[in-house]
Ligand binder design. Sequence first.
Ligand code: AMP
Length: 187
Amino acid sequence: MRLVILGGPGAGKGTQAHALCYHLNIPWISTGEILRHAIAEQTELGRLAEPYVEKGELVPDPAMIEFIRKRLQVPDAAKGWLLDGYPRTAFQAEELDFLLDELGQQLDWAIWLDVPEDILLSRSIARSRPDDEPEIVQRRLDLFEERTIPILEYYDYRHRLLKINGNQPPVGVEREILKALNVEFSV
Ligand code: AMP
């Protein structure tokens, strides 16, 4: 299965992505995790991304699109994947569709974890990553509203959007997603 998981910072994407990849036996491709790792290792991508990530800004599209192009062609991605943190802009969403066309693949669903903004803010502040300072969290939330919400429309229009209530305990969210995807489960 080929999935995208969408939601603001603190929506629970990581937790749900982890559970879904376990149930579906597909790789979890988290651009945020990959970038943080690349920064720690000071790879070429890491050095390019660092000034953006530390301010909560988006890494420029061309670098991200190129990265995903390569990543989806690694053999472990042949039978499916879950993208977490990508696409982040409508442009990235379009480019993903072009890439999938080229690869002869199709996205199954874009899962949207719907969580009210005040809850996102308090959840994000409760975490303790270096890019989770209050002003940076606010900036990431603003960017989410501005850049990511149009992606929901993009997928909704293509009948690919699954809206899930993310404002409930993680197991409830997990059940709701698996049910919507028609996956047999016991959680
Ligand atoms: P995340 O953990 O998904 O919230 O990502 C952490 C940071 O990585 C973001 O604040 C951005 O700076 C950067 N980032 C992650 N994914 C993308 C993407 N698809 N496009 C641009 N920047 C990204």
